[in-house]
Write a protein that binds this ligand. Sequence first.
Ligand SMILES: *Cc1c(COP(=O)(O)O)cnc(C)c1O
Length: 220
Amino acid sequence: MIAEEIKKIHALLPPGVELCAVSKFHPAEAVRQAYDAGQRIFGESRVQELLEKVKVLPGDIKWHFIGHLQTNKVRQLIGKVSLIESVDSERLLDLIDKESEKAGVVTRVLMQLHVAREETKFGFYPEELLEYFSNRKFENLNATHICGVMGMASNTEDMNRVREDFRLIAATKDRIMKIAPDLMGFDIVSMGMSGDWPLAVEEGANLVRIGTAIFGSRNY
Ligand SMILES: *Cc1c(COP(=O)(O)O)cnc(C)c1O
């Protein structure tokens, strides 16, 4: 089942669009099945769970952290992940930078955008992020590479609203590139989940994060 879904999604994704298989709350064995089907990028939302999976799964897996990252967990994560997709505050970014420098590694991150109409979601408002780049605060980073943006659409059946959210995420990334054209490797637009990823790809996603459609529903 898992292998079939992985192969199906790989076949549907246009060239240049990568799949992050969101394995949170699923056992290492499920990750292994997806790995054997050729999947290499996996997404986790809890630090402890990610670290446990890192220990028992192949070393060439690229782990993405996609959940809200508490500042007291940053140190444990540094050096273990290929990409932190969910940087949602300057404070967190500065801490990631400090810990990465201490550890002698460069950490790749995405800035999480808040565009959905829900109170509970984390992230920068588009204007906040534009201001961050206008003020060229990224120049203060020593050991962090900002590789792009991540976002989620509103949790609604209204596909016009979802499309608008994706459009705003992609447009914000384009505006940042105009504001700071010297940014290197600011390429990633991570958006789209099980229920809405085809729409996200239409609107410019080059990284999609799919969990349920691959692994089934989660038992929280
Ligand atoms: C859980 C999660 C996903 C995957 O959602 P599905 O609907 O299961 O595909 C994607 N992105 C983030 C940030 C998540 O937390």
